[in-house]
Design a protein around this ligand. Structure first.
Ligand SMILES: Cc1cc2nc3c(=O)[nH]c(=O)nc-3n(C[C@H](O)[C@H](O)[C@H](O)COP(=O)(O)OP(=O)(O)OC[C@H]3O[C@@H](n4cnc5c(N)ncnc54)[C@H](O)[C@@H]3O)c2cc1C
Ligand code: SF4
Ligand code: SF4
Length: 921
């Protein structure tokens, strides 16, 4: 063990020091096309941890890179030394009394901050497109921005205070006078030097003007030199230099932002122009107008999305020179919106458009426009040749140059053979993104990229004096070009700043300041073909916040990264090594297969599909035979399971739940349900409806022995609402097959689904009657299998649509906890479930920070740590007086009950209780 690792192990909890090959590779990867593998990963949960890691780095002369969410695109979040991974200990959030300022830790996701600010009509200024995945640390350290924030509302402009740990371990809290005084005492020389640098820069008229000119447009190339001319107080200079410093000057441990207003009313127009030049004329006309965003799309960008549903048909008939602007206005009222639309129309008068400009205030239409705009980058990523990387570049021009610069850029792309390239961007800010696909596995292709980048840099800098990185940060990608863009004087100022804060050069070396002219062409990430279902992955990390196993073992992105490496090794004839061994547990066993990753993935990948495929391949003949037997003899298995539960309860009655949990390796849960029972058919009058009681509810009964069985509750509800329920013939022997599908036995699962389909068809008289199932995961699986052949509802959907209107409800007093199962989320049926709950309960609590419960059918019994990890945040939001929980899947409810001690049951129980006929006097 190296001294470095020994040092870290002695000073940090064991789980925070990660050295295995699999996680060093997987956690080490970010969204850029560069690859470095850290020697060790240290998870930092507090400022003390950060100091410990800085001390270890210094003692062992090892570089250190801080990592928030790893969505960076320029190679600034990777390391071959220590990767300091920011943990949940840094997810603080505090809002001041009038919601004008929010103080947040570097480990909280930007979108989560905005969700909490939304009820106050506020948001944070910076708005990168990655905001639902990236974290405050990265947003601040990259000075990230997006479609609306421009240069006025980025982290630099909305910064109100900062806590920072410097390379020598000193902590400065700019909002605390005591901390400032102590810092002035201990680091007076540093402050003097900053103050002096500021004075000299302001006195140097040419340099000061150059800095002003460069920051008129978005710029994240190099350091925030504007701090030297905007501020005189060295504390202000220091805190503003930290913004955009990409982890090369210190660790931001807390930041206070001025919040900005989030206007509730919005309108958008997608306007087509005959050519780029006319579109850019419109941008110049719109710049002084009250518009919140203007996005430019060139013709290839429009081609990449023109078949998306809902777009005007004209988009497919536009000429090859055409371009579009997506314009958005926002206001606090609909009158305000009307005024702003009128102003836009007036400003655009006389500018040729392909069709008249029409604004929509319909949220669905506006949403669709913005989704389409955001879909352009992934669309190229999804269509790229396997083995190639999708690259997104990020440059900015002064808007008077935008038309010429865009045309020059299009010509340059064609000249270098990037015919698939698209251009889009935040036009008001002159910020263009262009997307290309690049093969880095071939040296001639790397040379082509090198020649192209040289030409781009000269075009942007020499011809237009623009920014080489507008919002994504310099990273390794633009580090060799910082001096080209800024000139020698400004570049040497940047070197002085780096030397001042990090004399040993250990903080993220190679990023921003890099003397190697080829740094942007080295350490390129391999992108081998692995499995067709994940080859389109662009490693953006958008899927991570939703994944229940993220940070327990692997996230979806990390699973794909690992599988790619295994594929690379296999193709190169190298052994899979410990990566292959560890993947069995970290990649396969602890994936819940929930598919929530697919809901955030810009290219639509469900990593659960990968897991199921690989689980299937790993199954030996014996396991396959046992599972196949299970499918064929499902009734026998169900009976055996019920018997097991009865015996379990008998034993726990004598020896206790804890004993059983211990000897079953966690599989026996506290409050384990009693054995279930299949419901008995009823003969009633009413509208026919087929009810299939799924095996979860048939095997696992209620947690309280006196409570009725789920099937009986649903039959009672249906009858009460005037339906005549029909149970499919032999239903107790049937199962949808989901259980086998999750184990990778797609064919066997299909067989079970087919048998169930036949039974449902017969019972429903070939779809004449609606069918309901009582477990969301099974309903979703059968809905997919049946592909519309009959009308199949998940119970809560039927209850919302067809039972509520027929029942008289008396709301339950007291809070009810709601867990929305992953299938309900994926199907977008969560709205109906919420509405059902609102109808039945006075107070509904939906704990934030919980996505999939991680129980995943049988995973909760096999790897209980997945369930515990997935629900680790549930306790934060559950009030002490909450005694009742509701969900829509029996096995999820078992895990939720075990973790919270609250009795979670199907929503059917609550509905039944609330709709009981009241005694009449
Ligand atoms: C598909 C896609 C779209 C994107 N769109 C945008 C966009 O519209 N606008 C935009 O600006 N960016 C965009 N990005 C880039 C990136 O998502 C953002 O810049 C984001 O803010 C990075 O945050 P992160 O949490 O992922 O940080 P990371 O990638 O983890 O880190 C970013 C940098 O910050 C440093 N760092 C992290 N935490 C700290 C800390 N506490 N103290 C000091 N240094 C720290 C790291 O060392 C690194 O240099 C996009 C990325 C992708 C993949
Ligand atoms: S699976 Fe999708 S969301 Fe996740 S990293 Fe890959 S492309 Fe991004
Ligand atoms: S299927 Fe669920 S558990 Fe598996 S990678 Fe996707 S989000 Fe994570």
């Amino acid at each position: 063990m190296s001294q470095l690792i020994q040092h870290l192990r002695q000073n940090l909890p064991e789980t925070q020091v990660i050295t295995d090959d699999l996680r060093r590779l997987a956690y080490g990867t970010d969204a850029s096309f560069y690859r470095l593998i850290p020697q060790v990963i240290a998870v930092v949960e507090s400022e003390n941890d950060v100091k410990t890691v800085l001390t270890a780095a210094k003692a062992n002369n090892t570089p250190i890179t801080f990592r928030a969410a790893g969505t960076s695109l320029s190679g600034q979040a990777i390391s071959d030394g220590i990767l300091a991974l920011i943990g949940e200990g840094f997810a603080d959030y505090a809002l001041n009394a009038d919601a004008s300022q929010v103080t947040v830790g570097p480990g909280i996701v930007g979108g989560e901050v905005n969700r909490r600010l939304a009820p106050h009509g506020k948001k944070i200024g910076p708005d990168p497109a990655s905001i639902n995945a990236c974290k405050i640390g990265g947003i601040a350290a990259n000075n990230a921005s997006g479609m609306c924030c421009g240069t006025a509302q980025n982290s630099y402009r909305t910064l109100a205070g900062l806590r920072v740990v410097l390379a020598d371990g000193t902590l400065l809290d700019s909002e605390d006078p005591t901390s400032r005084a102590a810092f002035a005492h201990s680091h007076g020389a540093l402050l003097d030097e900053l103050a002096q640098m500021g004075r000299a820069t302001r006195a140097n008229a040419a340099l000061a003007e150059r800095i002003r000119h460069k920051f008129k447009i978005k710029n994240t190339t190099g350091y925030s030199l504007n701090a030297l001319i905007d501020y005189e107080d060295p504390f202000d200079i220091l805190t503003h230099l930290m913004i955009g410093s990409e982890g090369t000057l210190g660790f931001i441990s807390r930041i206070t932002y001025q919040t900005v207003v989030e206007d509730p009313c919005k309108a958008s127009a997608l306007v087509f122009f005959p050519d780029i030049r006319t579109a850019c004329e419109a941008v110049i006309a719109l710049k002084p107008q009250p518009v919140s965003a203007v996005e430019l799309l060139d013709r290839p960008a429009l081609h990449s999305v023109e078949n998306k549903p809902g777009l005007p048909p004209i988009i497919r008939q536009l000429g090859e020179e055409a371009a579009a602007l997506l314009i958005e206005v926002r206001a606090s009222s609909s009158d305000g919106i009307a005024d702003k639309i009128a102003a836009v129309h007036a400003a655009m008068a006389g500018i040729a458009t392909v069709e008249p400009m029409v604004f929509s205030t319909d949220p669905a239409t506006c949403d669709m426009y913005w989704k389409v705009r955001k879909g352009t980058f992934p669309a190229v990523g999804a269509m790229r040749r396997t083995g190639t990387t999708v690259l997104i570049e990020d440059i900015a021009f002064h808007i008077e140059n935008l038309a010429d610069a865009t045309l020059d850029l299009q010509a340059l792309l064609r000249h270098h053979g990037y015919h698939e390239a698209i251009i889009f961007g935040h036009a008001l800010e002159g910020n263009l993104h262009f997307v290309i696909t690049q093969d880095f596995g071939d040296s001639s292709e790397v040379d082509r990229y090198a020649r192209f980048m040289d030409d781009v840099c000269h075009l942007v800098v020499d011809k237009y004096d623009g920014s080489l990185k507008a919002e994504h940060g310099t990273g390794r990608n633009m580090a060799p070009f910082v001096e080209l863009e800024w000139g020698r004087e400004a570049a040497s100022l940047m070197r002085r700043i780096k030397q001042l804060f990090d004399p040993a050069g250990l903080l993220n070396p190679g990023v921003i300041i890099n003397d190697n002219p080829h740094a942007h062409l080295e350490n390129l990430k391999p992108m081998p073909a692995a499995e067709d279902i994940v080859d389109r992955c662009i490693e953006c990390g958008f899927c991570e916040p939703l994944c229940p196993s993220h940070r327990l073992t692997l996230s979806p992105r990390q699973r794909i990264v690992s599988v790619r490496e295994l594929a690379r090794r296999a193709a190169a004839g190298e052994a899979a090594g410990s990566i292959g061994e560890d993947y069995a547990y970290m990649g396969l066993d602890t994936c819940a297969g929930c598919g929530l990753c697919s809901t955030a993935c810009p290219v639509g990948i469900d990593t659960g599909d990968l897991t199921r495929r690989l689980r299937g391949r790993r199954l030996g003949d014996t396991a396959r035979a046992v599972n196949a037997w299970t499918g064929e003899h499902f009734g026998t298995l169900a009976n055996a399971s019920r018997l097991g539960l009865s015996v379990g309860h008998a034993v726990s009655g004598v020896l206790g739940d804890n004993f059983l949990a211990r000897i079953s390796g966690g599989a026996w849960k506290k409050n384990m349900p009693h054995a279930g029972k299949a419901p008995a058919a009823r003969t009633t009058q009413g509208d026919p409806v087929v009810y299939f009681p799924t095996c979860g509810g048939r095997i696992f009964g209620p947690s309280q022995s006196g409570d009725p069985q789920l099937g009986d509750v649903i039959l009672e509800l249906l009858t009460r609402a005037g339906y005549a329920p029909i149970l499919p013939e032999g239903f107790d022997q049937l199962c949808c097959g989901q259980m086998l599908a999750s184990k990778g036995m797609a064919e066997e699962a299909e067989g079970m689904s087919n048998t169930l389909e036949a039974a449902l068809m017969k019972a429903s008289q070939n779809g004449k009657y609606p069918v309901i199932m009582d477990a969301s995961t099974c309903s979703a699986s059968m809905q997919k299998h049946l592909a519309g052949k009959l009308k199949l509802y998940d119970f809560h959907e039927f209850a919302h649509d067809a039972l509520l209107p027929r029942l008289l409800i008396s709301k339950q007093a007291g809070p009810v906890a709601l867990h929305i199962n992953c299938s309900v989320r994926k199907n977008g049926a969560d709205g109906k479930l919420r509405a059902l709950l609102q109808a039945c309960a006075d107070e509904v609590i939906e704990p934030a920070g919980v996505t999939c419960c991680g129980f995943a059918g049988d995973r909760g019994f096999v790897v209980p740590e997945l369930n515990q990890h997935a629900l680790r945040k549930i306790h934060d939001d559950l009030p002490a007086n909450c005694a009742c929980g509701v969900s829509t899947n029996r096995t999820c409810e078992i895990g939720l009950t075990a973790e919270t001690g609250i009795d979670y049951q199907s929503v059917a129980y609550l509905l039944e209780e609330c709709s009981r006929p009241q005694p009449t006097c």
